[in-house]
Ligand binder design. Sequence first.
Ligand code: GDP
Ligand code: IMO
Ligand code: MG
Length: 428
Amino acid sequence: MSVAVVVGMQWGDEGKGKIIDLLAENVDIVARYQGGHNAGHTICFNNKQFVLHLIPSGIFHEDKLCVIGNGVVVDPHALVDEMRQLEETGLNLEGRLIISDRANIIMPYHGTSDKGRESDSGFQKIGTTGRGIGPSYADKIARAGIRTCDLRDETYLTERLRANYDEKQKILQTLYRTELPEFNSLLDELMSYRETILKYIADTHTFMRDQISQNKNILCEGAQGTMLDVDHGTYPFVTSSNSTAGGACTGLGIPPTKIDRVLGVIKAYTTRVGEGPFPTELLDADGERLGKVGHEFGATTGRARRCGWFDAVVARYGVHLNGVDALVLTKVDVLDGFDTIKVCTGYKYKGKVFSDMPADPEVIANCDPVYVEFDGWSESTLGIQDYDKLPQNAKNYIDRLSELVETPFMMISTGPDREQTILRESLF
Ligand code: GDP
Ligand code: IMO
Ligand code: MG
């Protein structure tokens, strides 16, 4: 039996979707533990590309089960839409997709509130995906949320929605001069998804417990990344859930004693979407080149991702916080052709060098990164599957990164496709 958590090590978009899809071949279950349809996980095989938002990245392996855990916030419209798109490709989801009956639902007023706050000059703009993620988690913590199990009982669902409706109507009218749709139209919309969703919901904690006791191999899929974790990331420029490995326990109902491995996915450079401090950000031709060669555009919103050099302060922080025992390094091919590649090993601020991640936004935003430099390589690494075939300077770079972050690279990704991967160690 083995349970492994796969976690993003930077500000998201590290290539988790590709890696989880690849690893899913040798597991029984892939289970998402947090986030919502703010995530965009890209999977490429057989010359096709798919972007998943809510559905776990194991779905393209027809003999695997996929779980959406209680820690995920589910927008019924987005869910049903994504399910239909997958079914149109010929995939069967019934009996393969299991959604927690304890997951909180994202309602249309969550999106309104998210966008309203983002455009309100009185608030700090976060650059959210506008998907209602923050307001939905806020309702969950405030014990006002509507959960998937509430769909089973129409009377209870109507009461819950009524209480929320009256409160949200007042807030949205006062703050953003926005009118909610009629109560009945919101209820009818929710009810229109009821039949579909009820077919898929179940007690996923007991399901996971039984699967673990049957010695099944399980991958817990994180969305976003360590630096977007609400507790440990660059707060307030974070998402509203625990994307770090601990989120797998609360977000799936798996006890910590059952987790065997934690795998970190990390890009050979760094990207970030939205606002917030980013010490190694490059606002020059090198940054532009990383964005262009790496096709760094948000898989959910299409926004250009900010790009910068690899940050070993971030990486070490993620290794320690998540208890990462192996890493996957992605997008090495994007560095092909750079004369010099830099890696940040510390943050210099007012004469002090931080090698551990500081909490203060002021320090992270205004520090000077301390860089070490590497000679680049001119050869193409795209699609290389054998470590020995990498150019010597690429090997030097990878080996030195591994030393700096005190963790081995189990896999190295050299292109978006499943096949474009160097496997150095198997997961289980
Ligand atoms: P995720 O959110 O962590 O799943 O990552 P995204 O899918 O949002 O972004 C990663 C992007 O990089 C996607 O377009 C992938 O297809 C692509 N990708 C993943 N691994 C590699 C790689 O090794 N090389 C290149 N060039 N692209 C990659
Ligand atoms: P994946 O799973 C990159 C960012 C948003 C914004 C902040 C808060 O594909 O790695 P939210 O809508 O969550 O309240 O926005 O978090 N963000 C992501 N950035 N990848 C993601 O997911 C992200 N999900 C949210 O851009 O800065
Ligand atoms: Mg993404």
